[in-house]
Design a protein around this ligand. Structure first.
Ligand code: TMP
Length: 221
């Protein structure tokens, strides 16, 4: 395997935690500091994985069984890692990725109750040794997150992508608790960001957490 030179940062959280807009702002700020940034997301990030995303999130697909869902997420991940993430890291870039393996453990594992060991194996197989250096978990109460996500979707005229937002409050509560559990089990990698409050406040928390880590990790490489 080639030596890794870049930095892989992932963002996680429940629906409506604000990670997508925060990532966009962060990328802009880092580019101004002359960092070489790739912004990407899962499921998706490349043509094949975006097609899998459309299948996964289509609200007409409520007959999809959890096993199919798991295999599609990890299939999309294998393609995305090989085609986008790994090449960018090999070129020394900073990859900011909206969701990654923790999402599969949280949603398909704790949310859908699929076997965590099988998920770990599939994640491992899809990633071929590429793992995040840092993960920011944007945490907020489920009621606040779902409220934000639903009002965003009501305003959006784009693809219908709300299959998960139709799940019960208990489902989303399990996801939040799972993420918080992971952050306790892997506190070196996963940093919890309080995602309540206005956009600028949350951005400030993200920047003050991440910038020192970026600077020190990149100087170690
Ligand atoms: P997004 O809304 O953050 O773009 O993510 C799309 C949805 O996919 C979101 O509801 C979380 C879900 N998801 C999983 O269930 N498992 C996964 O592995 C990933 C990456 C996302």
């Amino acid at each position: 395997m080639e030596e890794k030179t870049g930095l892989f940062v992932t963002f996680e959280g429940i629906e409506g935690c604000g990670k997508t807009t925060q990532i966009a702002r962060l990328a802009e700020a880092l580019r101004q500091k002359n960092f070489d940034i790739v912004v990407t997301r899962e499921p998706g990030g490349c043509q094949i994985s975006d097609k899998i995303r459309a299948i996964l999130l289509d609200s007409n697909h409520d007959s999809m069984v959890p096993e199919t869902e798991l295999l599609l997420y990890t299939a999309a991940r294998a393609q995305h890692i090989a085609q986008v993430v790994r090449p960018a890291l090999d070129q020394g870039k900073i990859v900011l990725c909206d969701r990654f393996c923790d999402a599969t453990l949280a949603y398909q594992g704790h949310g859908r109750h699929l076997d965590l060991e099988i998920i770990n194996q599939l994640n491992h197989y899809a990633c071929q040794g590429t793992t995040p250096d840092v993960t920011l978990l944007l945490d907020l109460p489920v009621s606040v997150g779902l409220g934000r996500a639903r009002s965003r979707n009501a305003q959006s005229e784009t693809l219908d992508e709300d299959r998960f937002e139709q799940e019960s409050l208990e489902f989303h509560q399990r996801i939040r608790e799972a993420y918080l559990l992971f952050s306790q089990q892997q506190c070196e990698r996963i940093k919890v960001i309080d995602a309540t409050g206005d956009f600028d406040e949350v951005y400030h928390r993200i920047a003050t957490t991440l910038l020192p880590i970026l600077t020190s990790r990149l100087s170690d490489k």
